[in-house]
Design a protein around this ligand. Structure first.
Ligand code: NAD
Ligand code: UFG
Length: 337
């Protein structure tokens, strides 16, 4: 059944892809975004992809008046809450900003939803809630371990949502713990678009392929992994977006919440990612081995069976498609978006 969905942070990387997937599934979507980390061209790009007007409200998720007005005028059935700050290093330097946006924003949103009687929410969580996990692949039952203020906000967000559901069973929340999102939409009209030098591997490699950065630093090759470099479970952002559609539809059809990992269950090392991107871009990708990055985890790989059981979720795209779509996107956008 078609529903009206509010996407906070819907102009961002994962939100924009989820917008496309929701519209394709027949839903009516409204975006709320303050463009603190998104390009103003995104709503128009979404129109090009979907062939439908983008309903875009510019505003801050921490602003109660903005949210009250949205719930009053838009008849929202459910919310997908992406709006957050997400840079681990920055969160160490500016923890209050992270508590303000990630916790303050969530609290304000939940108040507005409660007041409007809208109690269906999908929450963007992260594998970071596992800290350094005891086991890889990591199951949803693994304990919470905060490694930095960003991770702490995701743990606190999940806990707040758990207490809320315990207090009032009319709430149903889908908590999605993403592993490492990568790649871009096949149209090359939307994708990951970091404003500064990227912290994350795939966008950094993309900039080296474009010739905008000279070389990749591989952060350590002495981990207990097959080639010594860090292993991650990269998930294509279009697969991830589809996971949100399934989560929402499950919440709306059953009224029951869930907590699931969204990953492929398969890990790739830093060197494997570089090799795949080299194949996709046909560019030389110089790299040097440097010291480990402080706070890095050797291996993050999802146990993916719960998402399959609860949501019927399976990934469809592999690392080569992530690299190819990323390369198509950054080549398309080179010189400015
Ligand atoms: P992103 O920065 O591209 O998207 C976030 C969007 O929220 C941006 O468009 C930004 O402008 C908007 N925003 C930020 N603060 C806001 C505010 N106060 N009010 C309104 N809008 C605001 O990030 P993303 O990669 O798409 O991440 C989306 C969500 O997924 C975040 O909650 C993030 O923590 C989570 N997540 C991301 C990753 C990842 O690697 N990208 C991994 C795990 C979890
Ligand atoms: N890496 C490099 N060189 C780089 C960047 C990264 O070697 O220039 C390595 C890292 O050491 C790690 C792997 O590439 O082994 C992936 O690193 P990313 O920074 O791309 O991703 P992380 O797994 O460290 O972190 C990301 C998000 C976190 C989130 C986590 C799990 O940034 O917020 O995925 O979802 F918590």
């Amino acid at each position: 059944m078609a529903s009206r969905i509010l996407l906070t942070g819907g102009a961002g990387y994962i939100g924009s892809h989820t917008h496309v997937a929701l519209v394709a599934a027949g839903h009516d979507v409204v975006i709320l975004d303050n463009f603190s980390n998104a390009r103003r061209a995104v709503p128009e790009r979404l129109e090009q992809i979907t062939g439908k007007p983008t309903k875009m409200i510019e505003g801050d998720v921490r602003d109660p008046a903005t949210l009250a007005a949205i719930f009053k005028t838009q008849a929202i059935d459910a919310v997908v809450h992406f709006a957050a700050l997400k840079a681990v290093g920055e969160s160490m330097a500016r923890p209050l900003d992270y508590f303000d946006v990630n916790i303050g924003g969530l609290t304000t949103l939940l108040h507005a939803m409660e007041a409007a009687g809208c109690r269906r929410l999908v929450f963007s969580s992260s594998a970071t809630v596992y800290g350094v996990p005891d086991e890889a692949p990591t199951a949803e039952t693994a304990p919470f371990r905060a490694m930095n203020p960003y991770g702490q906000t995701k743990i606190m967000g999940e806990q707040m949502l758990g207490w809320l559901q315990a207090a009032n069973p009319e709430w149903a929340v889908g908590i999605l713990r993403y592993f490492n999102p990568a790649g871009a939409h096949g149209s090359a009209l939307i994708g990951e678009d970091p404003r500064d030098i990227p912290n994350n591997l795939m966008p950094f490699v993309a900039k080296v392929a474009l010739g905008e950065l000279p070389r990749i630093s591989v952060f350590g090759n002495d981990y207990d992994t097959p080639d010594g470099t860090g292993v991650r479970d990269y998930i294509h952002v279009e697969d991830l977006a589809r996971g949100h559609v399934l989560s929402l539809e499950k919440l709306l059809s059953t009224g029951q919440g869930h907590v699931v990992n969204l990953g492929t269950g398969r890990g790739y090392s830093v060197l494997e990612v570089i090799a795949a991107y080299r194949r996709a871009s046909n560019r030389d990708l110089p790299h040097v081995i440097t010291d480990r990055r402080p706070g890095d985890v050797p291996i993050y790989v999802a146990r993916a069976d719960r998402a399959a059981e609860v949501l019927g979720f399976q990934t469809e795209k592999g690392l080569d498609e992530m690299c190819a779509s990323s390369w198509k996107w950054v080549s398309n956008m080179a010189g400015g978006a």
